[in-house]
Design a protein around this ligand. Structure first.
Ligand code: ZN
Length: 350
């Protein structure tokens, strides 16, 4: 079968090649790969910024934003042939740490977790793949065109869960949400904010009137084109979800929330740029307002299940517009090229 493989740590090694298997082990599903979403992580893996091959191997299959259809399911599992599924990315560390022991491997404490398509495990970018029945979520059959958004939605589901848990420290009825960055994570975070009835503002560098701006408007939110929050100071969001990782926006967001506000940092960007900041002023703002600033990454099985529910509740047309490019597996390398896309998807069936 064909698979999109690469040699972690070596640039220019990405290719579609014939690989043997896969052969499902005990308790595993055999799945037909339907589609694979591509994100910045995949581009960084292809550029050898990081990446760890399976022990004793040079190459591995890429891909962690999966969508497939079950071909074979073990007897007694909750799955049947024909089910639409998305695989969980991370696996618990072998020690395991206290978090992994409790199924909260997204919060692993020792860093020895593994991840499909990223760290020591083959990914989901192949015509067929296997997955343990305990690490996969079933999707509504109507999600065939957009189900590869389950993984990004799971990241957002976790972020909102953490925001809700932080909110339980005191009275918490948020009114206004600001999302910075209108990529897939930002747009899905905005969708969940609107689902909760929040007044939505989204800031992104893309111009007004473009697709991102229209998608925010269609959620009932207000779109702001720009790269800074300086003009946003008349607003005081109760919750900010920062999805760009841009140092300047991160620093600005720290002092932007309403009293007892929450800033969730979801974005990643290369470091190295210097910004003039006043740490004492930032500290005063956070202390005097009881603010919380926290980071969120990855997702465990319950977040994937929640994501499946959230996707089923979303407007299909709105989700489909997020997928701005679909390329066949044979031209998969084109999907890794940078562009203006919101989400690029590789079709594993053509
Ligand atoms: Zn762990």
């Amino acid at each position: 079968m064909r698979a999109l493989t690469f040699a972690p740590g070596k640039k220019g090694t990405l290719e579609v090649q014939e690989v043997p298997g896969p052969y499902p082990g005990t308790g595993e599903l055999l799945v037909q790969g339907l589609a694979l979403g591509i994100c910045g992580t995949d581009r960084e893996l292809a550029a050898a910024v990081y990446g760890w091959p399976p022990p004793g191997k040079d190459r591995m299959v890429m891909g962690h934003e999966s969508l497939g259809r079950v071909l074979e399911a073990p007897a007694g599992s909750a799955f049947s042939p024909g089910d639409l599924v998305a695989g969980v990315v991370r696996r618990p560390d072998p020690v395991p740490c206290g978090a992994c022991l409790r199924g909260e491997f997204d919060m692993c404490r020792n860093g020895r977790y593994t991840e499909r398509g990223i760290k020591e495990l083959d990914g989901y970018g192949s015509e067929r793949w296997t997955v343990e029945a305990a690490h996969v979520a079933r999707l509504d059959p109507s999600l065939e065109s957009v189900g590869m958004l389950t993984e990004p939605m799971s990241v957002v589901a976790k972020a909102w869960e953490q925001i809700d848990r932080i909110g339980t420290r005191a009275w918490f009825e948020p009114h206004m949400l600001l999302v910075t960055g209108a990529g897939p994570i930002g747009l899905l975070a905005a969708f969940l904010g609107r689902q909760r009835g929040l007044e939505l503002h989204v800031l992104d560098r893309a111009p007004e009137g473009g697709l991102k701006s229209r998608m925010v408007s269609d959620l009932g939110g207000t779109y702001h084109s720009g790269t800074s929050l300086v003009d946003f100071h008349q607003h005081k969001p109760d919750v900010i979800i920062e999805c760009t990782g841009a140092g300047r926006l991160v620093i600005e967001a720290m002092t932007m929330t309403a009293a007892a506000g929450t800033l969730c940092l979801c974005g990643l960007a290369p470091g190295g740029r210097e910004h003039r900041v006043d740490p004492g002023m930032i500290n005063r703002e956070i202390v005097l307002e009881n603010d919380v600033v926290f980071g969120s990454v990855n997702a465990n099985l319950r977040h994937f299940r929640a994501a499946a529910t959230f996707l089923a509740e979303a407007d299909r047309g709105w989700l489909e517009r997020m997928i701005t490019r679909r390329v066949p597996l044979d031209r998969a390398l084109e999907a890794l090229e940078p562009g203006d896309d919101i989400k690029v998807v590789i079709d594993l069936t053509t």
